[in-house]
Design a binder for this molecule. Structure first.
Ligand SMILES: Nc1ncnc2c1ncn2[C@@H]1O[C@H](COP(=O)(O)OP(=O)(O)O)[C@@H](O)[C@H]1O
Ligand SMILES: O=C(OP(=O)(O)O)[C@H](O)COP(=O)(O)O
Length: 394
């Protein structure tokens, strides 16, 4: 990486504003998967050991510029404190007088976590005043939030223009590993795209068609494609204004000789709940008042075969609503196939996919679990990540 890292600067006694991605899955106010917190520990520990005053900033969820009580970082601070084995002060704001006072009280090596930066409308707008307000809190900026590096926000991009700006260890590692896998990909190269962020991921699919041999679609994302084929999808997730785009991708795949795989069957439910009635139907047979919440058994087998034939697989986004056991089988089957594919280099991306692999106890079987979903996809598309571009060159 041609960007400076924490190794290239002296942080002793300095206030370091360190952007991390602590956007972790939560349930009932508890952190249900702390992969992203653990992934940031090397940088946090290093800064602390070097005698920096470590000021951490993160987003959680998409509160859209307002305070959302369930999206406070309080539980995250507690988990971080347990993992670090030291006290972590948590402020209720992300800048301003309260925060300045808390920072003034810090000793060398102390760690502080600011409140969710997305509680402020300026964060996602990359408002320069907010970026300056963040910059005022510190002497140095470290970006270790690979998972948010594709966002040009005040705490990921804007602030880097006002302070010496370097990468953390996680950022450095992600870019090195993903860059190596993709510079000269082993083939067949397969991408598996699932999850629910249709709007974010649909553009990625187009660019991946220039790179991969096989493209597998699953998760909530798939049903916009199923609809594009002219099938009824009932109450399944749909991005109405992307149907035409989905159609054009299927044509593009054909032209490019990319094998495009879609679910051939699905597990449908009469309610979005673990206790719902459910059944397996073929993909052209989804009842109008049911919704597809997982890929069916035939699809699992088909996807497994493609995975086992591949030399490089990148997987982003669960195949179904895996948080509910009733709809976790598809995601589990893909994770198991990746674990069984011994000669295949496997890269998992995305908070939820990483959480799924962890939940099934298969994390150790994967070659690289990226902490970024959208970020790893954009990186793999060959796009420049704004959070990286803004850092100081070596
Ligand atoms: N068929 C489906 N219908 C609705 N939601 C789905 C479906 N399949 C997967 N999901 C949801 O997608 C979410 C993850 O999506 P996304 O954020 O795009 O993935 P990632 O974090 O891995 O990038 C999960 O919470 C999962 O429940
Ligand atoms: O969870 C994240 O992305 P991911 O779901 O693509 O892995 C990152 O924290 C970015 O969050 P965002 O997609 O709300 O900007």
């Amino acid at each position: 990486m041609n960007k400076k890292t924490v190794r290239d600067i002296d942080v002793k006694g300095k206030r370091v504003f360190c952007r991390v991605d602590f956007n972790v899955p939560m349930q009932d106010g508890r952190v249900t998967d702390d992969t992203r917190i653990r992934a940031a520990l090397p940088t946090i520990q290093y800064l602390s050991e070097q005698g920096a005053k470590v000021i951490l900033a993160s987003h959680l969820g998409r509160p859209k510029g307002k305070v959302v009580e369930e999206m406070r970082l309080t539980a995250v601070a507690e988990r971080l404190s347990a993992l670090l084995g030291k006290k972590v002060v948590k402020t209720d704001e992300a800048y301003g007088e309260e925060v300045k006072a808390a920072i003034a009280a810090m000793n060398e090596g102390d760690v502080l976590l600011l409140e969710n930066v997305r509680f402020y409308p300026g964060e996602e707008k990359n408002d320069q005043e907010l970026a300056q307000a963040f910059a005022e809190l510190a002497d140095v900026y470290v970006n270790d939030a690979f998972g948010a590096a594709h966002r040009a926000h005040a705490s990921t991009e804007g602030i880097a223009h006002y302070l010496p700006a370097v990468a953390g260890f996680l950022m450095e590692k992600e870019i090195e590993v993903l860059g190596k896998a993709l510079s000269n990909p082993e083939r067949p190269f397969t991408a598996i795209i699932g999850g629910a962020k249709v709007k974010d991921k649909i553009g990625v699919i187009e660019n991946l068609l220039d790179k991969v041999d096989h493209l597998i679609i699953g998760g909530g994302l798939a049903y916009t494609f199923v609809k594009a084929l002219g099938h009824e999808i009932g109450k399944s997730l749909l991005e109405e204004d992307k149907i035409e785009l989905a159609k054009s991708f299927m044509e593009k795949a054909k032209e490019k000789g990319v094998k495009f795989y879609m679910p051939v069957d699905a597990v449908v439910a009469d309610d979005f709940s673990n206790a719902a009635n459910k059944k397996v139907v073929s993909i052209d047979n989804i009842p109008s008042d049911w919704e597809a919440l997982d890929i069916g058994p035939k699809t699992r087998e088909l996807y497994r075969d493609v995975i086992l034939q591949s030399k490089l697989v990148i997987w982003n986004g669960p195949m179904g609503v895996f948080e509910m056991d009733a709809f976790a089988e598809g995601t589990k089957a893909v994770a198991q196939a990746l674990a069984d594919a011994k000669g295949t280099y496997t890269v998992i991306g995305g908070g939820d996919s990483a959480a799924a692999v962890e939940k099934f106890g298969l994390a150790e079987e994967m070659d690289h679990i990226s902490t970024g979903g959208g970020a790893s996809l954009e990186f793999m598309e060959g796009k420049q990540l704004p959070g990286v571009v803004a850092l100081n060159d070596k």
